[in-house]
Design a binder for this molecule. Structure first.
Ligand code: ATP
Ligand code: MG
Length: 241
């Protein structure tokens, strides 16, 4: 039986070297992200949030320590191994939506589905159905410039789902959106998290939005300073300032 633990970090450090100067960007003694869990990450600028996401999602390798993903030790992976690992397992939603401007919403998602199937994920994902899941059934033929910011970001969520990922990472996916629009995007993320069982790790500067998570990690100076458990996560629609 697969364990409940999706990602386990043990004594993980990330040190950046700039000439003679070393910056310890992150030190995580112990962190477990469970399957299907929704985790928010809060902390000041420069505290190590993106560094944490990059390690958890295999964008970057740790300087030392152990990272287990689905029981497999990815901490010693080469760049090439990490690329393959990411393609199969991790969906990303960034601050800037990064859709392909010359493709419609449906084609943007289809492109991701095709890429995923090339990497061995069964191509059982229908782009239209994925767009319907994020509330965009009536926008499939729109090009990115014909969509609002929030709609573009929901296309990005549908695109992240193309490979049926075990984990979705969001680095400030609502950073460029107004509060109400941001809530729609988070609503879509929460829905896919609940319906598809993909774990979500969401970096946000927006304190009230963290109330939608199962767990909130507070990062300070490269360390997890505290962890809050939300017994009753708030529905994104109900979050207020
Ligand atoms: N490639 C790099 N080379 C050197 N130092 C880096 C690099 N990336 C990040 N850092 C440093 O590591 C620390 C953590 O950076 P990180 O990007 O994780 O912060 P963050 O919490 O995501 O901040 P923000 O909220 O501004 O995005 C910072 O002090 C940053 O200057
Ligand atoms: Mg960052």
């Amino acid at each position: 039986m697969p364990s409940d633990d999706l990602v386990v970090l043990r004594d993980v450090r990330k040190v950046y070297r700039m000439g003679d100067v070393e910056v310890q960007a992150l030190h995580v003694r112990e962190l477990t992200i469970r399957r299907g869990e929704f985790v928010a990450v809060l902390g000041p600028s420069g505290s190590g949030k993106t560094t944490l996401l990059n390690l958890v999602g295999g964008i970057d390798a740790p300087t030392s320590g152990q990272i287990l993903f689905d029981g497999e030790d990815i901490s010693g992976f080469s760049d090439r191994q990490l690329t393959l690992f990411r393609r199969e397992n991790v969906g990303f939603v960034f601050q800037f939506f990064n859709l392909i401007p010359t493709l419609t919403a449906e084609e943007n998602v289809r492109f991701a589905v095709d890429l995923a199937s090339r990497d061995g994920v069964p191509p059982d994902r229908d782009p239209k159905a994925l767009l319907a899941k994020v509330g965009l059934a009536d926008r499939v033929s729109h090009f990115p410039k014909q969509l609002s910011g929030g709609e573009q970001q929901r296309v990005a969520v549908a695109r992240a789902l193309a490979k049926n990922p075990k984990l979705i990472l969001g680095d400030e996916p609502t950073g460029n959106l107004d509060f109400r629009t941001g809530k729609l995007v988070l609503s879509a993320l929460r829905d896919v998290n609940r319906d598809e069982g993909a774990a979500v790790v969401l970096v946000t500067h927006n304190m009230p939005l963290a109330a939608i998570a199962d767990r909130v990690l507070h990062i300070r100076d490269g360390e997890i300073a505290s962890v809050e458990i939300n017994e009753r996560p708030v529905a994104p629609e109900d979050v207020t300032w």
